[in-house]
Design a protein around this ligand. Sequence first.
Ligand SMILES: Cc1ncc(COP(=O)(O)O)c(C=O)c1O
Length: 407
Amino acid sequence: MSQANPLQVPNVHQGEPIPDSAREAIEALMQSGDLFRYTAPQDAPVSLLESEFAALLGSKYALAVSSCSAALFLALKALDLPRDARVLIPGFTFAAVPSSVVHADCVPVLCEVGENYRINMADFEARLDEDIAAVIISHMRGHTSDMDAIMALCQARDIPVVEDAAHSLGTTWHGRNIGTLGQIGCFSFQSYKMLNAGEGGILVTDDADIVARAVIMSGAYEHNWQKHKPAPGDNGTELEEAFARWQNLLPLYNLRMSNLSAAVIRPQIPELARRVADGRKNHDYVAARLNAHANFHVPAPLASEERAPDSIQFNLVDMDDAQIEAFAAATAAKGVKVQIFGRSSDNARAFWNWQFLKDLPELPETRAMLMKACDVRLPVRLTQGELDVIADILLSAATETMARVAA
Ligand SMILES: Cc1ncc(COP(=O)(O)O)c(C=O)c1O
C-alpha cells in the first residue's frame, strides 16, 4: 500500500485540457465576432455540433442549448404538457431536475431509489398510475435504471420518457446509447461532464414535431429554424412541415448556445471514446480495491449496462452514524473530500432540501441510501498512482475509524 500524503492527493476538480485544435476555431470567432449561432447563413459551430452529436448518438435531431437544465425544461415544454401535469422523477437526482419540472409549470412526483442508486421499480410502477403525464429518468451519476422495464411500463400507458443523461454520455444499455431510449435525451456540457464547455447542454430526439417545438422555444425566432438541418438521408419535408405548424405559436425562452461553447466542445468529441474507456477502467480499479474492504460496497452495474463513469459512489457498510461522521472527517483530514449525499448541509441531491416543492414527500428507502452513500470524483485523466492515493486514503480512514471504535 502506498503511503498517503496529502500533498500528493490529486485535484479531482481539475478536468482535462481542452484540445489544442479548439484554438483555431476560437481565434476565428474572436476575429469575426460571429458568436451568435444564427448569424452565419450555414455551418455555424453550434449547427455543426448538433449534426456531429446527433450522428455520434445515432439520433435524427439534436438541439444545443445553454445547459442540461434548459434541455430538460424545453423537453417538457416540447411534449406540450398541460399546466399542472404530473411528472414522475427519481427521488435521487440533482435539484435541477425537479426545478425544470416546476419551471415548465408541472408538478414533480418523486419515486424511491434503492441502495444501488437505481429506481425502485415496484415504487415506480405503483406511482406511474397516479395520473402521470410524463417521466424523467435521471441516470444519476451515470447509474442506469432498468430501462427495459421502464420503457415497457411507460409505452403500455403511452407516457413519454425524457432521459436525463447529464452524467451518461458514453453509457450504453444493450449496446444502445443512453439518451436515445426515451422520446428525448438531455445531456450536460458543464465542467464535470465527459465533454466540458463550462456550461452547456443538448437534447436529442427522433421526433420532428418535438424538435421543432424545442428549437423554436429555445429562441429560433422568425425563420431561424431554417438553419436547423434535417437528419442525413431525410429530404427535410417532415421537419419543415413541423416548423411551419408551430410558427408564431410558441413563446421564446432564449436558451441558445453560443458559438464559443460549440467551438470548445467539438474538438473534444473525438476524445470521447478514450475518455469513456479510461473513466471505466479507473472506476473499476478503485471499485475493486474498495470492495475488498468490509466497510465499503460499490454496487455492481446492471447486466445490460456499460458505464462511462467519471466519479465513484459507494455505500458505507456496518457503520453507525458516529462512525460515518468520523470516517468523513478522517478522509477530509487526509485530503480527500468525500461527499455523503445526505450528510453535507444543503446538499442539492438530497430530496428534503428541495423545499421549493409543495408537499415534499418522505422517501424512506432513498433517505436511508443517501445517509450512507459516498461520492468521490475520479476525473478520467487520473493515473493509477493517483487512484491509489485516493483509494489508500479511503481504506485507511475506514480501517482507522473502525479500529478506534473497537479500542
Ligand atoms: C443528474 C443531473 N441532471 C441535470 C443536471 C443539470 O445540468 P446543467 O448543469 O448542465 O444544467 C445535473 C448537473 O450536474 C445533474 O447532475
